[in-house]
Design a protein around this ligand. Structure first.
Ligand SMILES: Cc1cc2nc3c(=O)[nH]c(=O)nc-3n(C[C@H](O)[C@H](O)[C@H](O)COP(=O)(O)O)c2cc1C
Length: 450
């Protein structure tokens, strides 16, 4: 791993010095926070979800025994929670185990493997990227700045959230500081603001800062119902968050609607966003500038995205945080392969949700994904600062290489669907592209397309 500055020198390498004093006074900047974490060892634990957060039926004390030691309660509830009963959240990961590998033997796999690739024409050293996650300060006082340094240490792409704890210029400044290794690709995730002009200004500023693509999130038009987040009480009596557009929103302890950070940060999102807005977004960008739609969950919508002329999609259900019982991501990827395989040749298809192991990454690549996003795992690593983020991605890289060799290949160009057996889940994958149910045919009078 290249030499990178410690957390302390991080702020000094930033051309716009950050106010560490103010970051430390945030409600999450626990001076004791590092003590929650075990030492960063060679084998960082890869199971942040081994004990799921607050399944509604079981008390947190028994179900979260190990997580509760690792992160403060409000952080744990915000980061590791998901929508309602967590079915999609759990299924995202579990479905990978139903897809088995078909290793090929007696192949010469002595060559060393390079995971170098390109995402949206940007060179990267791994197809694994940091998915956009909001409020990085809930995990580490330097939040997204450390994520950026961690991604840079392994040259992995990073998608910066609209709801990041730090302003975009500060994150870009850390990532591109000339004293360090060449910058990793930075993409910007957009939640459309109710006041369009604000989003327009944000997008224009992202382009001028050198951001390489806009990821438009479409699977969270309203906040998901995340019960653990709503229930976990604030450490302070009130909490005020400043949105990237400069608005402030305040949460009060004892609010009868609950204490959900997700609801708070979702308050500025424009739920009127629809397909007709894609040309508007395009009009703000230079010719050919990549737009990626994040949150595609059906083949029909993948085709619609392709028709809208975007450069990429992320097959994603927001890590199960938006709509519980929506389709696990890897099943949605299979649906695209079965019902609209042409989209893979016309756009870059990314996927995220429940990816915990190198074998999971491998399965996504075999199913045609160009890149694989990690949300909670990166935040788990962030508990250790940038080294944890880098180490987390490195461990997944090593597991991916091991899987490739065990399957008889030594190059990303050799991954293919024949290395997988998907029969256990094939019956769950729709057979034809249709907006309709396969046999329940009644229709309401007012139904619009899709
Ligand atoms: C704490 C947290 C915050 C998130 N914030 C955002 C966000 O601001 N924008 C977005 O598009 N997705 C957001 N996501 C969803 C991730 O980008 C990604 O889709 C999801 O985490 C992938 O699932 P995984 O956590 O199982 O890897 C967030 C996820 C988490 C866990």
């Amino acid at each position: 791993m290249p030499q990178l500055p410690s957390t302390k020198s991080t702020s000094q390498t930033c051309s716009k010095p950050l106010s560490l004093a103010s970051s430390r006074s945030s409600p999450w900047a626990y001076s004791t926070h590092p003590h929650y974490l075990p030492p960063l060892t060679l084998h960082l634990p890869l199971q942040p979800l081994e004990n799921l957060p607050y399944p509604p039926s079981s008390p947190p004390t028994t179900s979260c025994a190990s997580l509760s030691k690792l992160f403060p309660p409000k952080t744990r509830a915000f980061v590791f929670s998901a929508a309602t009963d967590l079915h999609t959240h759990v299924a995202n990961t579990a479905t990978f185990s139903f897809i088995t590998l078909r290793p090929r033997i007696l192949r010469d796999v002595s060559a060393s493997i390079s995971l170098s690739s390109t995402l949206l024409s940007c060179p990267v050293s791994t197809p694994i990227f940091a998915a956009p996650t909001s409020l990085g300060k809930t995990v580490h006082p330097l939040g997204e700045l450390e994520i950026s340094l961690g991604c840079r240490s392994v040259n992995a792409a990073q998608v910066i959230s609209t709801s990041a704890s730090y302003p975009l210029p500060s994150i870009v400044s850390i990532a591109t500081s000339s004293s360090l290794t060449p910058p990793h690709p930075l993409f910007f995730q957009l939640y459309l603001d109710k006041t369009r002009s604000r989003s327009a200004a944000l997008v224009t500023s992202a382009v001028s800062l050198g951001i390489k693509a806009i990821f438009l999130t479409v699977d969270a038009p309203i906040p998901g119902k995340r019960e653990a987040d709503e229930r976990a009480s604030l450490a302070t009596s009130t909490l005020t968050i400043t949105t990237p557009m400069g608005d402030t929103a305040t949460l009060t302890k004892g609010d009868s609607s609950g204490g959900g950070l997700g609801r708070l940060i979702g308050s500025y999102v424009d739920s009127s966003l629809n397909w007709d807005d894609i040309p508007w977004l395009r009009s703000l960008l230079p010719d050919g500038f990549p737009i990626v739609i994040k949150g595609i969950q059906t083949a029909a919508d993948a085709v619609r995205a392709m028709e809208a002329g975007v450069q990429g999609i992320v097959v994603s259900n927001h890590g199960g945080r938006s709509l519980d019982t929506s389709t696990p991501s890897v099943l949605a990827l299979l649906e695209l392969q079965r019902c609209c395989p042409e989209v893979f040749g016309r756009m870059e298809v990314f996927v995220d949700g429940g990816v915990m192991r190198g074998t999971d990454v491998f399965k996504c690549l075999c199913l045609g994904a160009r890149g694989v996003g990690i949300g909670r795992g990166v935040l788990w690593g962030l508990g250790y600062g940038w080294e944890g983020v880098g180490r987390y991605i490195e461990i997944l890289n090593e597991e991916l290489k091991t899987t490739m060799k065990m399957c008889g290949i030594t190059s990303l160009d050799e991954v293919h669907p024949g290395l997988l057996n998907t029969r256990k889940v094939d019956h769950l994958v729709p057979e034809v592209l249709s907006e309709e149910h396969p046999y329940v045919k009644w229709r309401p009078k007012g139904m619009k397309r899709g």
